[in-house]
Design a binder for this molecule. Structure first.
Ligand SMILES: NC(=O)c1ccc[n+]([C@@H]2O[C@H](COP(=O)([O-])OP(=O)(O)OC[C@H]3O[C@@H](n4cnc5c(N)ncnc54)[C@H](OP(=O)(O)O)[C@@H]3O)[C@@H](O)[C@H]2O)c1
Length: 284
């Protein structure tokens, strides 16, 4: 049995959809059964509860051989993921797949990559066979800017002139599916990027090209970002995201990886295709 977490979110949801399309049976932990109606209808075995609750996790792990550990960033992510690892070990899970990030390295300086790295190290020390899925910036993050692109013709983010190798969540999920449905992935860390390195000026140019009207990238000062997000993210999360975005501005990414091509034999989804696939959301 495979256990997935995060199936009502972006990457976990897409992983669930792709596994269902392949006819692979799995169980999922969800906080809201209502949000997972489609999965339930598709025959997914749902365990309802919070990952912070050891009783829920123990119940969900019963008879599980492989699990996807995915939690959103936040103050409790590291503790909840370490607890899940301990419970997975006790339950006899044979293969743990962790959603980490490409920035999670031993020298990571900012809180989110540091928490991911700490959990990676914890899993490696646990003795459970593991695979780390380490994506770069998600293209789907741009959906949060759909409103301003549509109405103000403007993309405004606090990433200055930083660069990313942004990847589509559909491709990241495809890697998770590959890990669950084929062999040779134990002890591997998969850094996943899209096909090109892009600044946010480049991103705005792609929108301009595909929407047929000028979209301008206007770097947002970090204090404006903090002010706008202060009622959206809790203080730890906001400070951590601000540090991560500052790092993208100051360091950025200078290379893409061929992980997706090697594992799937396909070309990764380009930003052009991502925009085309979501055109109605960005077009006025
Ligand atoms: N965004 C990026 O650019 C990026 C890049 C690299 C790596 N990552 C990593 O990707 C991960 C986030 O993935 P995502 O964006 O796909 O997630 P997401 O869309 O934010 O979804 C999070 C999922 O986790 C569930 N969840 C949250 N707290 C939970 C809890 N306490 N117990 C049980 N379930 C819980 C949510 O359920 P509800 O529906 O109930 O809320 C939802 O299904 C993070 O670890 C992040 O560091 C992100």
């Amino acid at each position: 049995m495979i256990l997935l977490t995060g199936v009502t979110g972006k990457t976990g949801g897409e992983t669930a959809k792709q596994l269902l399309a392949k006819g692979v049976k799995f169980r999922a932990i969800v906080r809201s059964e209502a949000k997972a109606e489609a999965l339930k209808a598709g025959g997914v075995d749902l365990v309802v509860g919070d990952l912070a609750d050891a009783t829920v996790v123990r119940k969900a792990l019963d008879g599980v051989e492989k699990a996807l550990l995915l939690l959103p960033n936040g103050k409790t992510q590291e503790a909840n993921e370490k607890q899940f690892t301990d419970l997975a070990k006790s339950a006899g899970v044979k293969h743990l797949v962790k959603m980490s990030s490409m920035e999670a390295v031993a020298q990571a300086k900012t809180p989110i990559p540091r928490a991911h790295w700490a959990v990676e190290e914890y899993i490696r020390a646990s003795g459970i066979a593991w695979t780390m899925v380490k994506p770069n910036f998600f293209m789907q993050n741009l959906l949060a800017s759909a409103g301003s692109i549509k109405t103000q013709k403007r993309l405004s983010l606090p990433m200055g002139s930083g660069t990313t190798g942004m990847a589509d969540v559909r491709d990241i999920a495809a890697i998770c599916v590959e890990v669950f449905t084929s062999s040779g992935h134990v002890g591997r860390s998969y850094e996943i990027t899209g096909p090109e390195i892009l600044s946010f000026h480049d991103v705005a140019e792609r929108f301009t090209e595909l929407l047929g009207e000028r979209i301008e990238y206007v770097p947002m000062p970090m204090d404006v970002f903090r002010e706008r997000m202060k009622n959206v993210l809790e203080p730890w999360h906001l400070a951590a995201v601000a540090e991560l975005f500052r790092e993208i501005d100051e360091i950025g990414l200078d290379h893409t990886t061929d992980t997706f091509r090697k594992l799937t034999g396909r070309e990764p989804i380009s930003l052009r295709r991502f925009i085309q696939d979501h055109l109605a959301l960005f077009k006025s």
